[in-house]
Design a protein around this ligand. Structure first.
Ligand code: TA6
Length: 311
């Protein structure tokens, strides 16, 4: 079984704007839609679309939390979220204008998790997670969640010898390394911060991956339009995604993780993992929402992804 953990759930309010977003102007909307936010939730959307068994959990609050679960259940996701009383799941604002230069994302901190929610989540994991399950933590924890508490959640997963996948940054990424995650997926900025060294070119990142040997089975560094690098053992592979008509890149990184997790589940090669992740991430970017992709697009995009072996 695969479990996805979203500690800081969100509903995305996606506002399509006429023309280019302009300061001190009355910017007119073309449309407003709501979609699933929060990162690990997106991994579950991908897995459910691929008919891979998974359970989405984490902490929700109020009507917005119910709305997020409803949107997920419409996509066939098995949701087991913990409801924290007198709190409201946040709304992330995504502004997309007609410049074609990418979206603006404005996120709130999210409500702090109380002891009851934390203990309920840890108990859920302790009772359900089995050896060889995959557990995905993705998204920024809410409201400066104590990093030791974050670590205590990861420790429950490791206790059961399950595979830990972590898409986190800063102190949370550092904490995750203490639990020998199976896979981490920092983006280029989060990776440079983590290794405390500057990388510009692909070769810089390749050399950094070679020199920083982490206690991680698979290290992925996502590089935006430049694709992503994966290191597994002595293997380093670069995937370059095809050029696409980008509509809304929001969620593309999370859908990329969804593709990675699907291939981990299938014990696929690193090359297959990267190709699938890049194709699914690209398909997401071709959609207006923040939580949808098109399986028929993915089939076409798979063949267009370029793979370069670096070692
Ligand atoms: O990556 C896309 C996204 O999950 C959006 O859906 C939006 O909810 C935002 O990121 C949340 O990011 P955060 O890191 O605050 O959890």
């Amino acid at each position: 079984m695969i479990y996805t953990i979203t500690l800081n759930t969100a509903v995305d309010r996606i506002v399509q704007i006429q023309g280019r977003l302009t300061r001190k102007a009355n910017n007119k909307t073309k449309s407003v839609q709501y979609d699933i936010g929060g990162k690990a939730t997106h991994v579950s959307v991908v897995l459910s679309a691929l008919e891979i068994p998974n359970i989405a959990t984490g902490v929700i609050g109020g009507k917005t939390g119910e709305h997020m679960v409803h949107l997920m259940e419409l996509k066939g996701v098995d949701c087991r979220f913990i409801e924290q009383k007198n709190c409201e799941t946040r709304e992330s604002i995504i502004l997309v204008d007609e410049s074609g230069e990418g979206s603006y994302m404005i996120t709130q901190k999210g409500f702090p998790l109380n002891d009851e929610s934390i203990e309920t989540l840890k108990k859920f994991l302790d009772v359900n997670v089995k050896k060889e399950d995959i557990v995905v933590f993705a998204g920024s924890p809410p409201h400066e969640l104590d990093v030791e508490i974050y670590g205590s959640m990861l420790s429950v997963v490791k206790k059961h010898d399950a595979k830990l996948v972590v898409d986190a940054a800063g102190a949370y990424l550092k904490k995750a390394l203490e639990y020998q995650p199976y896979l981490i997926k920092p983006n280029e900025f989060e990776y440079q911060e983590f290794i405390n060294s500057k990388c510009d070119s692909i070769e810089d990142f390749v050399n950094a991956l070679k020199t920083h040997d982490l206690d991680v089975e698979v290290t992925i560094v996502s590089l935006g339009k430049r694709g992503a690098l994966a290191k597994k053992g002595d293997e380093i592979i670069h995937v370059i995604p095809p050029t696409i008509h980008e509509v809304n890149e929001t969620g593309a990184g999370d859908f990329f993780v969804g593709g990675l997790v699907a291939k981990i589940y299938e014990n696929a090669s690193v090359e297959d993992m990267l190709r699938t992740a890049a194709a699914i991430g690209a398909s997401k970017a071709m959609q207006e929402g923040s939580a949808s992709f098109d399986l028929s697009d993915v089939k076409e995009l798979l063949a267009k992804c370029k793979i370069e072996r670096k070692v």
